[in-house]
Design a protein around this ligand. Sequence first.
Ligand SMILES: [Zn+2]
Length: 252
Amino acid sequence: MQALIFLLCFSLFAAFSPAFGKEVSPPAPSSKPLAPGTQDRFVEGVDLPRKKPDAEPGKPADPMIQRVTEQICNLPSVTFVQRVPIETDNGCGFENVVAVTKVGLKSGDEISFPGPVMITCEFARVVADWIRQDVLPAARNELGMDVTGLLTGPGYQCRRRDNLPDGKLSEHALGKAVDVSGFRLANGDVISVMKDWPEPETAPGKFLRAVHAAACKRFTTVLGPDADPNHEAHFHLDTGCHGKDCTYLICQ
Ligand SMILES: [Zn+2]
C-alpha cells in the first residue's frame, strides 16, 4: 500500500513538474524546429521527438497499469530481456524495449556489455550486426585477437541534445543510440577511444578507425573524437533520421 501511494505521488510529481527528467536549468523555451536545410554543427544524435498518440477520450491514463508490450523481439543469439514500453510526459520513451547484456557468436563465445543496454529491438539488431560483422573481424585483422566485451553506456537516457534545455531530444531518449568508450580483448587489455584514437599509426588506433568507418555504413550518426570535444572519449552511434527523407548520414 505504501508503495502504491509512493508511486501515485511520484507520478503526479512527474506529470506536473516541468523539471522532471532534466537537469536543473533555466526555464526551457519552446522548442524550435530546424529550418529546412539547416545543418548546425552537430553535437549529439538528434531527432524530433516522436509524436505521442493522443490519449483515448474519456479514458485517462492510469499510471498504475503497465501496458505489456505486444511486440516480440527476435534477436538470435543475443542475451536480452524484453521490457515494457517506456513512456514519459516529456517526449522520452519508446516501444519494443530490450535490455541487452550479451551478443553471442557462432563460436559460442559471447561479447558482453558492462550492464544492460536499453534500446529498441531494431537498434539492438544493428548493434549486434556491427559487433559480429565489423568489430570482431577488425580486432582479428588489426590486433590478432578476439573482442570479448564492449564498454558501453546504458543506451536509453532521457535527455536533450548536449544537455541543453531547449535542445532537441537525443536519440538516446528514443532508444536508438549507444555510446562505446572501449573494447575489451581476450587477453584482458582494453582498447580505449580516449587513449588509443590519438595514435592512428598503432594497431589499436587502426582498429578504432576500422570499426568507426564500418559503423558509418550501418548507423546514420557516428561521432568520435574528431567530431568535437564531447566525443573525445567515446563513439556515439545512432540511427536517427537526418534530412527530409532520412538519407543524410553523419560520420565524424
Ligand atoms: Zn551518445
